[in-house]
Design a protein around this ligand. Structure first.
Ligand SMILES: [Zn+2]
Length: 364
């Protein structure tokens, strides 16, 4: 149960929602700013299991501000106490502690976030603090995280690390600033280098944060459009770590995404990468053909190639095939061999995603 958080729209495990903070509704996916978090005005009351007021989280009568509880790692002595308390806690948000340890291995990244999401009610928000970058934010939201913050963007700014869409670069390596944010469009890379160290750190931190803000907006647009998976496949390309995270999820977390992925969307499915072949819609279609489909009693099986135009039957090539076998159609079982879907029986060519995908065709 939640009182100050409401999910409005989903795209797979990602959600658009509203978190009510001090009479102001903030849309999730949400980026908290470290500056506002450290100011006196607390945006959300987060209580740890070791806090003497932890038991207040069981009381609904005290639930007059948005509040959250801290999720502990399995090795923590209070892990069991928190896990057992979760069904009875009256909170709007859970905060994943020791999140920086997620960056040690792709498997840990997947395990802790998916375990956290599975352990908490689906209607509360999940905040993964301190690790968000422009590069990994889309993947975090795709996994079901609702709230991130700009801690990492600011810290990296103080370390002289300039974040870009494809990761990060040291300011020393740049010949020009590859960005049009308010910071980068107001000075050159030489002018930025010549600033005193404090001013330079503040400027890079601001650039990093603006870049992250832009990314959060992009992710929201993709959730609205139902195209976050395609965007995530594109985003992880620049990082072996993030590509490994996506591949591990596709292999090991089928049940998690199967529950959350719609059976149809109102736009086409782009299958442009190797990872597209493992996405849940592709595996689901193949599983359903294998487990639920009953082929007609026919002695003749005709294997046909797929076509660029969908549904296949209105493509120029299939119109010719159809014309050629017109007289025998009732006695022939037609199967289309496709990538990425594998085998598509003619009777299922209008279903999702058979009639609604696109894939690069090179003719080889
Ligand atoms: Zn910039």
């Amino acid at each position: 149960m939640t009182k100050f958080y409401e999910v409005r729209k989903r795209d797979g495990a990602a959600r658009l929602g509203f978190l009510s903070l001090h009479e102001e509704k903030k849309q999730t996916p949400l980026l908290f700013h470290i500056e506002s978090l450290s100011s006196d005005k607390e945006v959300i009351k987060v209580i740890h299991a070791e806090d003497p007021n932890f038991n207040d989280l069981f009381r609904e009568d005290l639930w007059d501000v948005p509040r959250g509880a801290v999720l502990l790692p399995e090795v923590h002595p209070l892990f069991t106490k928190v896990q057992e308390a979760i069904p009875s806690l009256s909170v709007d948000c859970y905060v994943l502690s020791f999140a920086s340890a997620l960056l040690n291995s792709p498997r840990a990244f997947v395990r802790r976030i998916i375990d956290a999401r599975n352990a908490i009610p689906s209607d509360v928000a999940l905040w993964v603090p301190s690790i968000a970058t422009e590069e990994n934010a889309a993947l975090l939201f795709y996994m079901g995280v609702d709230v991130i913050d700009d801690t990492n963007a600011v810290i990296q700014g103080y370390q002289g690390i300039y974040q870009v869409e494809e990761g990060e670069v040291s300011l020393r390596e740049l010949e020009e600033l590859p960005c049009n944010c308010s910071v980068c469009s107001s000075l050159t890379v030489e002018e930025l280098r010549e600033q005193n160290s404090k001013e330079r750190a503040l400027l890079i931190a601001k650039h990093n944060t603006l870049l992250l803000e832009k990314e959060v907006k992009k992710v929201k647009a993709h959730i609205r459009a139902g195209s976050l998976r395609e965007y995530v496949e594109l985003k992880v390309r620049s990082s072996p770590f993030l590509t490994a995270v996506l591949r591990i999820m596709d292999l090991d977390e089928e049940e998690y995404f199967e529950k959350r992925t719609p059976v149809a969307r109102n736009h086409g499915m782009m299958a442009n990468t190797m990872e597209s072949l493992k996405r849940i819609e592709v595996k689901r279609f193949a599983n359903r053909v294998r487990e639920r489909y009953e082929p007609p009693m026919s002695k003749i099986l005709l294997l046909l190639p797929c076509s660029a135009r969908k549904p296949y039957s209105i493509s120029p090539s299939h119109l010719k095939f159809t014309e050629a076998i017109e007289r025998y159609r009732g006695r022939i079982h037609e199967i289309i061999l496709t990538s990425p879907l594998g085998v598509v029986p003619r009777e299922l060519e209008l279903t999702y995603p058979a009639a609604f995908y696109d894939i690069p065709v090179t003719g080889y």
